[in-house]
Design a protein around this ligand. Structure first.
Ligand code: PRP
Ligand code: URA
Length: 208
């Protein structure tokens, strides 16, 4: 699979195992989502562009660097919300733009319900955040929104993906790299990822 990057990091594997555990309660679940998101974002941003910047230490002037690109974090409501904080701590000047989508339970198609993007794009690179890439409908729809907005560099950061969701993204948006903690086996008959972790929104917010 090209442009798909499952994390090789042992910390990610360790935290993902605790996240999958059905006995993990919402408080711990949210903590793990936040930490895994930060680790994945670290990997996903390894190619961000920088510009040179001089800095004066207490002893000397030296050459340094600062981020060149304006970054947008784009959580897909609601489960993507839990991925924002950990990443935002790493890049506090990022803008956060929410996209509201839910999956119709019968058709599994995404239904958009929230989008307050201004007309002109305000970021040049964006990280779309959603823990679960299942059929890929929500991911493809969100990338469509971001491309229509005019963002040229888009990365998708998820915790778990099904092969079906990766295939849908690669067909619709082969230019968008996908950063993940794990690729699972398949979807079940109602569109849930197996073995997965269940419903990521419900487990974070204590609903369902
Ligand atoms: C979940 C998940 C993704 C979507 C993935 O959201 O957070 O957004 O399903 O499925 P897909 O790849 O088949 O589109 P859900 O619709 O359950 O909404 P929620 O986050 O509000 O619970
Ligand atoms: N959304 C979830 O929260 N979990 C899945 O397994 C699939 C979609």
């Amino acid at each position: 699979m090209s442009n798909v990057y499952p994390s090789p990091h042992p910390l990610v594997a360790h935290k993902l195992t605790r996240l999958r555990d059905k006995n993990t309660q919402p408080k711990k679940f949210r903590e793990l989502v936040r930490e895994i998101a930060a680790l994945l974002a670290y990997e996903a941003t390894a190619d961000l562009k920088t510009v040179p910047r001089q800095v004066e230490t207490p002893l000397a002037v030296t050459r340094g660097a600062e981020l060149k690109e304006k970054i947008g974090l784009v959580p897909i409501l609601r489960a993507g919300l839990g991925m924002v904080e950990g990443i935002w701590e790493l890049m506090p000047s990022a803008e956060v733009w929410h996209i509201g989508l839910y999956r119709d339970e019968q058709t599994l198609k995404p239904v958009e319900y929230y989008n307050k993007l201004p007309i002109e794009p305000t970021v040049s690179v964006c990280l779309i955040l959603d823990p679960m890439l299942a059929t890929g409908g929500s991911a493809v729809a969100t990338v469509n929104v971001m491309k229509r907005w005019g963002v040229t560099r888009i990365k998708f950061v998820a915790v778990i993906a099904a092969p079906e969701g990766i295939a849908a993204m690669q067909k619709a948006h082969p230019d968008v790299p996908i950063h993940l903690a794990a690729i699972d086996e398949r979807l079940n008959e109602i569109g849930y990822i197996l073995p997965g972790l269940g419903d990521a929104g419900d487990r974070q917010f204590g609903t369902g």
